[in-house]
Design a protein around this ligand. Structure first.
Ligand SMILES: Nc1nc2c(ncn2[C@@H]2O[C@H](COP(=O)(O)OP(=O)(O)OP(=O)(O)O)[C@@H](O)[C@H]2O)c(=O)[nH]1
Ligand SMILES: [Mg+2]
Length: 201
């Protein structure tokens, strides 16, 4: 049984600059990944809410850093997606800087959920993020999202390929299938978040 009731999660605030966060207590876990990889949908699935985090078919729907409170000293964070090629270059650079500054400077960040579309995992930006994870020593939980889009045998092949490649890159990691629409992997995600939370109690 889950020690935390994720259904009670609520929106705290959105910021466009790290200096505006102004929340200086507790711990947080951030959802990171390419634009359209399913971060906001995963947060909604995790919390069993339809519109907590904003989702869209159009990439780039999350443009700010959004903070949600799970319980009083534990937050989840929805980051803007990286790598959306079609948005203006200046906006792209602004988001990337925002994400980078957040990862590098946020001392309350205790875990990352890295989401990659199972059909197209470990792209260039994912590898950049993995380098930052290594550099900053942030624990990571990897979700292969939208697994409902592949057959079970295709899923297994993708899993093996990603697993092998990650073994070379990361010392420690965990990786799971995830589907917000088919509700796959939610328990495992909750289990991981619970364990990060417990660690800092
Ligand atoms: N089939 C399927 N589609 C999904 C799943 N999760 C998300 N999607 C769809 O993928 C699109 C993008 O989802 P979002 O959750 O908005 O993605 P995001 O990573 O938050 O995107 P940005 O905010 O642009 O960074 C939406 O059309 C979702 O409905 C899933 O598990 N299965
Ligand atoms: Mg989003």
């Amino acid at each position: 049984m889950s020690i935390i009731d994720y259904n009670k999660t609520f929106f705290l605030k959105s910021v466009s600059k790290i200096s505006k966060i102004n929340i200086e207590y507790g711990i947080e876990v951030a959802f990171i990944g390419y634009s359209n990889s399913g971060k906001s949908s995963a947060i909604n699935a995790l919390t069993n809410q339809k519109k907590l985090a904003r989702c869209s078919k159009t990439p780039g729907s999350t443009q700010l850093i959004n903070f949600f409170q799970v319980i009083n000293n534990f937050r989840i964070v929805d980051l803007p997606g990286y790598g959306y090629a079609k948005c203006p270059i200046l906006i792209k650079l602004k988001w990337e800087k925002l994400i980078y500054n957040y990862l590098k400077n946020r001392k309350f960040l205790k875990g990352l959920v890295l989401l990659m579309d199972i059909r197209n995992p470990l792209k260039v930006y994912d590898q950049n993020i993995i380098n930052i994870i290594l550099d900053q020593n942030i624990p990571v939980f990897i979700l292969l999202t939208k697994c409902d889009k592949l057959t079970l045998s295709q899923q297994k092949i993708q899993f093996q390929t990603v697993y092998k490649r990650l073994q070379v890159l990361l010392k420690e990691f965990q990786i799971e299938f995830f589907s917000s629409s088919k509700k796959i992997g939610i328990r495992k995600l909750q289990f991981q978040l619970n364990s990060w939370y417990k660690k800092y109690q």
